[in-house]
Design a protein around this ligand. Structure first.
Ligand SMILES: [Zn+2]
Length: 104
């Protein structure tokens, strides 16, 4: 699983899934402001989330620290991990007792 490579590819955030078998599947970022947000369309969520262990998205040109939108988005999927790939590396976030925390 090489997520860091997804940081390449322009100014838009890239987004996708890490599947149970380790496969990484990129999805279309349908966020209205894709430079500053990542959003996956509902049909892709329904298709992939049941067999995924995690989501990922990139923060081109900025850090792996989660945004307010990321925080609230991750809370919707408390049984999945959520990776953010920034210029300073990769952070793995998980939901514990209704709060998003970083897993080091
Ligand atoms: Zn983000």
């Amino acid at each position: 699983m090489d997520l860091q490579q997804y940081l390449d590819g322009g100014p838009f955030e890239r987004v996708g899934f890490v599947m149970k078998d380790g496969e990484v599947i990129e999805a279309e970022n349908v966020c209205a402001d894709p430079r500053n947000g990542a959003e996956i369309k509902g049909e892709d969520l329904l298709k992939y989330m049941p067999d995924a262990v995690a989501t990922f998205h990139t923060h081109p040109g900025t850090s792996k620290v989660l945004t307010r939108d990321d925080y609230h988005g991750f809370l919707n999927w408390p049984n999945h991990a959520h990776y953010i790939i920034g210029i300073d590396g990769i952070a793995k976030y998980i939901v514990v007792d209704g709060e998003v925390v970083i897993e080091s």
